[in-house]
Design a binder for this molecule. Structure first.
Ligand SMILES: [Mn+2]
Length: 206
């Protein structure tokens, strides 16, 4: 099998970010961003997805707030996965996973379809979204924005949910990042029955 690795660098007037990925890794990470809670979440994501992942934010305009940096890390993560997947020959394409943490249950369903789309559902049953406290300069709205940027840059349909959300933001987003890692690991695995074919009746996923 060809190595499914990629390296990208994205430089804007707002941020400069480098990323390196080996999809068929063992979960080794080197994550360095100005958003410490996001470092923790990306480490969990890569560890449970068995991805070797480096993300290095060398410039960020966090003196304004974390909006651009959070968004741009999502974009870079999506781009590095898209590049490492190449033409997407032989991949399972669909993946889904649950990750519980205490009473909270995170879930992710992903289709690497070529089309970027995110839906984030919180509740059913549970706490109203406004009851989830912001924490460590992070918030549910940042999570949503991060996932949306990632889904669009990767070209994937993402359905993410948090059932019985906790008041604690950290718990909620941890279930999301773990389930995202697990679901993306499934979706990017090679199905030997495909024998290198792109898993779409269209013959391409672009
Ligand atoms: Mn944690």
């Amino acid at each position: 099998m060809t190595q499914r690795k990629a390296h990208i660098e994205r430089n804007s007037t707002e941020t400069q970010i480098k990323a390196e990925l080996n999809i068929d890794g063992t979960g080794k990470t080197h994550i360095k961003t100005p958003i410490k809670i996001l470092d923790h979440m990306l480490e969990l994501f890569a560890f449970h997805g068995c991805f070797d992942l480096t993300i290095d934010v060398t410039k960020a305009d966090t003196e304004i707030d974390i909006h651009h940096t959070n968004e741009d890390i999502g974009i870079v993560l999506g781009k590095v996965f898209k590049k490492a997947l190449g033409e997407k020959e032989g991949i399972r394409r669909f993946g889904s996973a649950f990750a519980p943490m205490e009473s909270t249950l995170g879930r992710t369903v992903v289709d690497i379809s070529g089309r970027g789309y995110l839906t984030l559902q919180i509740g059913d049953p549970g706490l109203p979204i406004q009851e989830i406290k912001d924490q460590e300069d992070y918030a549910i709205t940042y999570l949503e924005h991060f996932l949306e940027s990632f889904a669009h840059a990767l070209g994937a349909t993402l359905h993410v949910g948090i059932s019985q959300p906790s008041e604690d933001l950290h718990t909620n987003i941890e279930t999301v990042f773990k389930s995202l890692g697990l679901a993306l690991d499934s979706a990017t695995q090679i199905d030997p029955r495909r024998q290198g074919q792109v898993p779409s009746t269209k013959g391409i996923i672009d």
